[in-house]
Write a protein that binds this ligand. Sequence first.
Ligand code: NI
Length: 139
Amino acid sequence: MMTLSRRYRFSAAHVLARRDWTPQRNLAVYGKCANPAGHGHNYGVEVTVRGEVDPATGRLVSLERLDALVKTRVLDALDGRWLDRELPEFAREVPTAENIARFVWRALKGEISPAVLHRVRLVETANNCVEYSEDGEDA
Ligand code: NI
């Protein structure tokens, strides 16, 4: 098996707070990230695909195609946004790093054939990153 990873960046703002919770409860769970004034991150996202190397090209996937896909489905959707105000997905689920990684997974799953989406890694801060995959499922 061969994997290929490619890194991208976007900037976005968020407030971590459930709308059905009181401000006190949100503060207790999310700490300063629940501040209604919001704050931003320069996110890194690493997309890993797996598959077979095409013997004709020696490549697993066209980087140009992968870049175009990530741009239209992920970066255009997230970059420069206030996530929980502007995206319906994040009005419903708090835009934690975990939920953003799952958003990226859903946006790319099944779109990179013949390669398969293997892992999404979201870097939120220098000290904080998450990885998401749906092991055992063909993406
Ligand atoms: Ni934050």
